[in-house]
Design a protein around this ligand. Structure first.
Ligand SMILES: Nc1ncnc2c1ncn2[C@@H]1O[C@H](COP(=O)(O)OP(=O)(O)O)[C@@H](O)[C@H]1O
Ligand SMILES: [Mg+2]
Length: 182
């Protein structure tokens, strides 16, 4: 994976598999502190302590469909490669929180990539789940909630191509206004 947005997608897919009804992606950027933090929290079924001890091992998975489970370990590796850190917290029955920090200007840091596209696509695929994106930079902050948008659209489905395009542009414009670096 060459872009952090694809790691975010992978982590959100874990939350979807974990039965979450609300998935929140928080992105914090601070140039002065040379810091990028990506946090994904969900209210899904969480992980027991046995799963938690193996979750950052490459090839660990509890899935039976596809025999590979590198999502979390690759994301951790990407963070650590930039001098950052990785942390995962989970409570069975309550939810999980995955947090990765990156050296913003580190030459090994992958670009963020198409965060807006990834959020809009997954929100359009799972309309029962509320996907929330929080962007926080030194310029200010922006919040997007797929369920709030659905309410405003009064039943117009998010997976219509023109709606998806509009939402993607809305998120991108806000990210640009907040001087979000890629
Ligand atoms: N948000 C989550 N909620 C519940 N379980 C999770 C979550 N994230 C990861 N897991 C558990 O950790 C395992 C490893 O995740 P991952 O490294 O992404 O590999 P994979 O998704 O291919 O199994 C999953 O199979 C699942 O059991
Ligand atoms: Mg995964």
């Amino acid at each position: 994976m060459k872009e952090l947005s694809l790691h975010i997608l992978d982590i959100m897919e874990n939350s979807v598999s974990g039965g979450a009804t609300r998935i929140e992606v928080n992105i914090y950027v601070n140039e002065v502190d040379n810091l990028l933090i990506i946090q994904v929290t969900d209210n899904g079924r969480g992980m027991d302590s046995e799963t938690m001890t193996h979750v950052t091992d490459p090839f660990f998975t509890t899935r039976s469909t596809r025999k590979i489970g590198m999502g979390i370990s690759l994301f951790k590796q990407q963070a650590e490669q930039t001098g950052g850190a990785f942390n995962i917290k989970s409570e069975p029955g309550k939810g999980s929180e995955v947090e990765a920090s990156f050296g913003l200007n580190n030459i090994d840091r992958q670009p963020l990539g198409d965060v807006a596209g990834v959020i809009v696509n997954i929100a359009a695929s799972y309309s029962d789940i509320d996907f929330v994106l929080n962007i926080d930079t030194t310029e200010g902050n922006f919040q997007f909630s797929s369920h709030e948008v659905s309410k405003i659209l009064e039943g117009l489905p998010l997976n219509k191509p023109e709606v998806m395009l509009w939402l993607k542009e809305l998120i991108q414009t806000n990210m640009t206004d907040l001087k979000m670096t890629n």
